[in-house]
Design a protein around this ligand. Sequence first.
Ligand SMILES: [Zn+2]
Length: 68
Amino acid sequence: MQLQIEHVCSLPSRQTCVICSHFFQPNLARVIVYTKDEAQGDLCPACLSQGASFVRTRLEQTLNLSAS
Ligand SMILES: [Zn+2]
């Protein structure tokens, strides 16, 4: 799993968090989750603030990934 921070020039439209499925308004820096070089989606600030291990655990549950 990789987290990639993307800086955008203009305020993006509302996104859905890949983990908690809540709508949120991204800041100028979006955080995108990548697994196996595939973008899975955006992370909301609330999930992001829980830390990387939380994100990984929830992501594995959500995407049904094998732990690796
Ligand atoms: Zn979230």
